[in-house]
Design a protein. Structure first.
Length: 365
């Protein structure tokens, strides 16, 4: 055994071997972040949920949320209507709310649903518009049960490669993956596009086969944001309101023909309720020519292979309208509960309406 040299006679380390003195253990395989399995949080993935929706001719509501009030409203609405639901989180919302807090909010959402009287809630925690493998992996590791990888802005082969990479990792943990072909115009957090690029039906079989994705978001004319169409794309009714162009259902039908029974997703599907736009503008807002997707077109889509419809802007509008009304009518109010409470109630009413009258997912638990 080799011992340390050049020690003073009374050095306390005199008899410690040089091997232990210079040894540096490798803990690189140990990470501070322990992987969280979504099943331990009470969540489900989308696989069975989508299968039932396609067979039943309805769509699952995918509501984006950023804070506690939105989450409460979503769960209250889902429980009251006996509907499965997808809690969606964008990259921006994840940064805003914090990934650790989101993990506990999701677990709390399941417990809250049970507390409200739903013994077996069907709740998905889904990443909306993930744009990198690293982001999707991080969400999976933190307890998400479903992720979307949006490579639609990339060249086709790069989109395939990125989506496949996410699928291979996600499926190791029984997490479902949504891919996307085609580009939606509009703005949603960090997702910005000036123009539509419609999905090409002739590409869908190749894309799904090569990537192994579990569902596919397509572009048939929906758009992100509250101003989904430019005035020149629309007509005006007798009251001067914009009337948007119809969705390209011929593309949806062609995709269904190529991929019979495969789960299809519509993004950018808020209807932008005009009563909320009017309330916002009445109390100091400046939403000009805000227009969305007519609900009758979404009802038609929900009866097809479209089994997930994303709704974000509508709840933002409902909550903003309620908050602006409180501030205008009670300018001395400064208790957040007194304006976030009405905002939560407005969002809940909107969610119930969408579940019952647009998506048809009520009484499906």
């Amino acid at each position: 055994m080799i011992y340390a040299h050049n020690r003073k006679k009374n050095d306390a380390y005199e008899f410690i071997p040089d091997f232990f003195r210079t040894f540096e253990p490798d803990f690189s395989h140990i990470t501070q972040e322990t992987m969280i399995n979504y099943k331990d949080l009470g969540l489900v993935n989308t696989r069975e949920m989508f299968k039932k929706a396609i067979n039943g001719g309805y769509a699952i509501p995918a509501f984006n949320f950023n804070n506690m009030e939105q989450m409460q409203a979503i769960i209250q609405a889902a429980v009251e209507t006996k509907s499965p639901v997808i809690l969606q989180v964008s990259s921006g919302a994840r940064k805003y709310a914090n990934q650790t807090i989101l993990r506990y909010m999701a677990e709390g959402a399941v417990a809250y649903a049970k507390e409200l009287g739903c013994p077996n809630p069907q709740i998905v925690l889904h990443l909306d518009h993930g744009d990198t493998f690293e982001l999707c992996k991080s969400c999976i590791d933190m307890g998400f049960s479903s992720v979307m990888i949006d490579g639609s802005h990339l060249p086709y082969d790069e989109n395939v490669a990125l989506t496949k990479q996410v699928v291979e990792y996600a499926h190791q943990h029984d997490v479902t993956v949504e891919g996307e072909l085609g580009v939606l115009a509009g703005v949603e957090d960090d997702v910005v596009a000036e123009h539509h690029t419609y999905t090409r039906p002739e590409e869908v079989v190749d894309f799904v086969t090569k990537t192994g994705c579990d569902s596919l978001a397509i572009s048939i004319g929906t758009s992100h944001g509250a101003n989904k169409f430019k005035p020149e794309q629309c007509k005006r009714d007798a009251d001067g309101r914009l009337v948007p162009p119809p969705l390209a259902f011929e593309i949806l039908e062609a995709v269904e023909k190529e991929l019979p029974g495969f789960p299809i997703v519509l993004h950018g599907s808020s209807s932008v309720p005009q009563e909320d736009v009017d309330t916002i503008n009445k109390y100091g807002g400046a939403l000009k020519d805000a227009i969305g997707i007519p609900e009758e077109q979404l009802r038609k889509a929900a009866k097809s292979a479209v089994c997930k419809i994303n709704i974000d802007s509508d709840s933002r509008l409902a909550m903003t309208a309620a908050i602006r009304k409180v501030f205008a009518e009670k300018p001395a109010e400064f208790d957040p509960r007194k304006y976030l409470g009405p905002a939560r109630d407005a969002a809940k009413a909107l969610y119930i309406h969408k579940i019952k009258n647009v998506l048809g997912s009520d009484n499906k638990l």
